[in-house]
Design a binder for this molecule. Sequence first.
Ligand code: GUN
Length: 304
Amino acid sequence: MSVILDGAAIAAAIKQEVAEEVRSLAGQGIRPGLAAVLVGNVAASEIYVRSKVQTCAELGIFSDLLTPPDTVTTREMLDLVAALNARDDVDGILIQLPLPAQVDTKALLDAVDPAKDVDGFHPVNAGRLQAGRPALAPCTPAGVIEILKRSNIPIAGQHAVVVGRSDIVGKPAAMLLLHQNATVTICHSKTRNLAEITRQADILVAAIGRPGFITAEMVKPGATLIDVGINRLYTREEFDRFFLGNPKREAAFVKRGSVIVGDIHPQAFELSGAYTPVPGGVGLLTVAMLMANTVRAAKMRRGL
Ligand code: GUN
């Protein structure tokens, strides 16, 4: 029997700790603040940002939602970021990605004050993380570590295999696992004999962005599987490939006309020692860690 690592319960525990810290800062006259920048009308981004703003309210964190139109220019976005960098009531700046094609995303992320970079996307924070200095770490990989630690899954000495090398998830996840003394292998689309490597993983982190890419044959029985993927499926054929004979998923698919699956095939979960479900796993940690980073930024900016 594999253990389901409950993202909701772990996220709730972190949020409760953050709320306690917010209350204690309030006693010192400090209210952490997050500026969330949502450009245009990308449906998924709207859902994510709404959840971030709502969670701020729940935890007593000030938030300001800025919504430039999808015709915004790089220059206008740079001016907006400069204004947020200068605002004393803003401790964290979140620019929801992806941005429209005409906006230079890298230039924009580089323009965020590293001290307010609660997404941990600025090269200064990436460098600090790499060098083992205090840094604001990207929220999703930080959430992966929290899940492992709070579930008492040993990391030190374990072989952690990260599939995916993005700047947002794969690379920082590998670095954080290394700092916890795992033996880390990073795999990607050009890796030869991928299954041979993933089968060696005690902890397998899948952050590829392809539905059910990690199949049962690629997993060592008893391994811990961390699924960072969020992929939406719309066709019956795709549904059947993952969830044939699963009445709960079937009902959801019929009702919504789509279903969400991670980067790990459900049959691989059955072999695992423990796994994060999709939905209900790593995704829920991302918002919790953003809140934790915002409070951390508020304290660091004040030398606390
Ligand atoms: N888009 C998808 N994931 C994220 C994230 O963690 N932060 C931001 N800013 N944009 C995203």
